[in-house]
Ligand binder design. Structure first.
Ligand code: GUN
Length: 289
């Protein structure tokens, strides 16, 4: 069997056109959606991600404010910058690009962000709201994956889903979204026993390890007709790749997402959606669909 490509660029385009309509509507109501980004230091991969986020904001009419403190900024200085953006009414979303340099603490940083401006869904109030099914702002990669499934009519109800990632930005929020869609979820990680067996028993495998030296998802690990969503982005043999080799996995899967061109564009599209959601909330408008 050769499966169908889950084309993240196409789904992202669809989300962006919905966001653009919301931006235009908000502007007509006097709200000018604005995202502030903070990129600490000069990690080239992070710089590329932030550049892509700004470009996407431009495309849909979302304003951006770009903050690029040097790698040696102190925790106090970084917290002060976030407080300033919290107090700035023209800023609706705040994103601190991760990872941070080693001397800065991720938790101490992200928890400074006002929950209603937390477009990464990382603050404890937003994590808690998601866990009880009342999410306001959800991490962009997991919500992008759910959006991809919706676009391709992939029904999650009753499906066995293996998620190979347990991070705060991907695996944990994804678990909640999947169970809210009535899937049965197995969250796997580096200590999971019999990973291959779990994968072979799964209807859907969402993989996000990102290190080919320790893990690769190969066709012998999936059942015929399984759905594979590859969240990883890593450099392998000089090119960008995921945990799976798309050309070989699509021969056995019913659907699979490539890298690049899969989940990555969806993360950016959902960031735009979260920014307009946050902007709309300032006027008491709930735009969730
Ligand atoms: N680094 C990699 N992915 C993300 C993301 O979704 N948000 C932030 N803030 N940093 C990231």
């Amino acid at each position: 069997m050769t499966g169908t490509k889950i084309d993240g660029i196409e789904v992202a385009k669809n989300v962006k056109s919905q966001v653009k309509e919301i931006v235009d509507d908000l502007k007509s109501k006097g709200v000018n959606p604005c995202l502030a980004t903070i990129l600490v230091g000069d990690n080239p991969a992070s710089a590329t991600y932030v550049r892509n986020k700004h470009k996407a904001c431009d495309e849909v009419g979302i304003l951006t404010k770009d903050h690029t403190p040097a790698a040696n900024i102190t925790q106090n200085e970084l917290n002060e910058l976030i407080q300033k953006l919290n107090d700035d009414d023209s800023v609706h979303g705040i994103l601190v690009q991760l990872p941070l340099p080693k001397h800065l603490n991720e938790f101490n940083t992200t928890t400074q962000i006002l929950p209603e401006k937390d477009v990464d869904g990382l603050t404890p109030p937003n994590v808690g709201l998601l866990a009880i099914g009342k999410a306001m702002l959800v991490a962009c990669t997991p919500s992008g994956i759910i959006e991809m499934c919706r676009y391709y009519n992939i029904d999650l109800e009753g499906k066995n889903v293996a998620v190979i990632n347990r991070s705060n930005l991907v695996g944990k929020p994804l678990y909640h979204l999947l169970i809210q869609n009535n899937a049965t979820v197995t969250t796997c990680h580096s200590r999971t026993k019999d990973l291959k067996k779990i994968c072979l028993d799964s209807d859907i495998i969402i993989t996000g390890v990102g290190n080919r030296e320790i893990f690769k998802l190969t066709p012998d690990m999936i059942k015929e007709g399984a759905i594979v969503i590859d969240v990883a982005t890593t450099r392998h043999e000089g090119k960008l790749s995921g945990d799976a080799d798309y050309p070989e996995i699509i021969e056995k899967a019913s659907f699979a997402s490539p890298v690049p061109g899969g989940v990555g564009p969806m993360t950016v599209a959902m960031l735009l959606k979260n920014t307009v959601t946050a902007a709309a909330l300032t006027k008491g408008i709930d735009i969730k669909s």
